[in-house]
Design a protein around this ligand. Structure first.
Ligand SMILES: CC(C)(COP(=O)(O)OP(=O)(O)OC[C@H]1O[C@@H](n2cnc3c(N)ncnc32)[C@H](O)[C@@H]1OP(=O)(O)O)[C@@H](O)C(=O)NCCC(=O)NCCS
Length: 385
């Protein structure tokens, strides 16, 4: 297997985009390519994620992005795995470069839905669940994650204030992130008094609907000269796993098995353990999802992660920094861009460009990206070169 580097990574400010998805995707792609010291002509394949392109009446956006980059002859493919789409695209790129089939590939994720009302966007997103049994019976994603939260509360005594600690921390981290959708810290009072969305989840337990684009360039370092002043992120593990999609078919609602399986495989592949990881970007579409991820990935025993968050252990300067970017909760969640944006955070941290949210001298980082309620999951582990 060839060594695979993330040599360039770029994203725009998440929130509301005035430009189209294809324009935003081309812009961040060019930034990532140039940041890696490459030119568009060096890219041999573009792996695109754009789950809800139809909301802009645009499918098959890859050739449009490549055309804007001046490389219309380069092949592209759209990879869809719900909210884990661009990490699935990164996995495909990794496999091709590690296997020696490609020297350099572009991964780009983009989503634009802010022109839709909340109800319409919620209905679109619900198509990522088991439509026949969940969405058609009224179970939206806030409702499904609320079900997971209430099961966790019932089994482990998890409290609203502990979920609130996750929200307060992530909004705090996002306040130091110029890419973030929300850049204002919130207090525990603001969290506790926020509107109920789906019991037990309140407004500040939920990620927002965000527009955004993020791109990552992966390459085989043996094939390129490196004369750009960047610190690459070496991909030491790239794993994926699946599990039963619909909640009603699962034996246990207090864990996401796909996270556990992908995480175990990743630690084995990278030959490290959770205690070696200096910071993690995990899939916190709702605060309970961050708690589940911390437990499923093995950072904390089952039932202990929410308390760890409440004790500040997962803050930027804590023992186990989690979602230093602000996470999906506060940085925002433009579904198809999220997995790639997690890698942008890893790249910025490794290059010392994370400003107020900089983790001290990170060597190892983990990115965890879930599709829907855990029907699919990707885990990547990176080492700073
Ligand atoms: C929580 C949710 C229902 C709120 O939607 P809404 O009630 O229509 O909210 P609006 O868009 O009208 O925004 C109202 C205010 O709340 C803020 N807001 C919206 N969503 C927010 C969120 N998730 N967190 C914090 N603030 C939020 C808006 O910025 C706005 O603030 P302002 O009045 O200061 O401008 C919506 O964000 C949601 O469904 N999020 C989950 C998305 C999802 O399921 N993603 C897939 C995950 S698997």
């Amino acid at each position: 297997m060839e060594e695979v580097w993330v040599a360039g990574a770029a994203m725009n400010k998440f929130g509301k985009m005035s430009e189209t998805g294809r324009e935003a995707a081309a812009k961040v792609s060019l930034e990532a390519i140039q940041g890696a010291g490459l030119q568009p002509k060096d890219i041999e394949y573009t792996f695109v994620s754009n789950c809800f392109g139809v909301a802009e009446r645009q499918a098959h956006v890859g050739p449009l992005i490549n055309t804007a980059l001046g490389i219309p002859q380069v092949p592209s493919a759209t990879i869809e795995s719900a909210c884990s789409s661009s990490s699935a695209a990164l996995h495909e790129a990794y496999v091709h470069v590690a296997g020696g089939f490609l020297n350099a590939a572009l991964v780009v994720g983009v989503e634009k839905l802010s022109h839709m009302e909340t109800l319409a966007a919620t209905s679109y997103f619900a198509m990522g669940s088991d439509y026949a049994f969940e969405a058609r019976n009224g179970a939206t994603f806030p409702g499904l994650y609320a079900t997971l939260a209430s099961a966790h509360m019932h089994k482990y005594g998890t409290k609203s204030e502990q979920l609130g600690a996750v929200a307060v921390k992530n909004h705090q981290n996002a306040s130091g992130n110029p890419h973030a959708h929300f850049q204002k810290p919130i207090s525990m009072d603001t969290y506790m008094n926020s509107a109920p969305i789906a019991w037990p989840l309140k407004l500040y337990d939920c990620c927002p609907f965000s527009d955004g684009a993020a791109a990552v360039v992966v390459l085989n370092p043996a094939r390129f000269r490196h004369d750009v002043p960047i610190t690459p992120a070496v991909i030491r593990a790239s794993t994926r796993a699946g599990s039963i999609a619909a909640l009603q078919d699962r034996p246990d609602l207090t864990a996401l098995p796909a996270s556990h399986i992908a995480g175990e495989k990743a630690f084995k592949q990278a030959k490290v353990s959770p205690k070696d990881i200096d910071f993690s970007e995990v899939h916190d579409c709702f605060t309970i999802a961050e708690v589940l991820a911390m437990e499923d990935l093995g950072f904390y025993p089952k039932g202990k992660a929410a308390q760890a968050a409440a004790e500040g252990q997962t803050a930027v300067d804590g023992a186990t920094p989690i979602n230093v970017s602000g996470g999906l909760k506060a940085k925002g969640h433009p579904v198809s861009a999220t997995g790639a944006a997690q890698v942008v955070e890893v790249f910025e941290q490794f290059n010392g460009h994370a400003g107020k949210r900089q983790v001290k001298d990170p060597q190892w980082a983990l990115a965890h990206n879930v599709g829907a309620t855990g029907g699919s999951c990707s885990v990547h582990i990176f080492e700073r070169k």
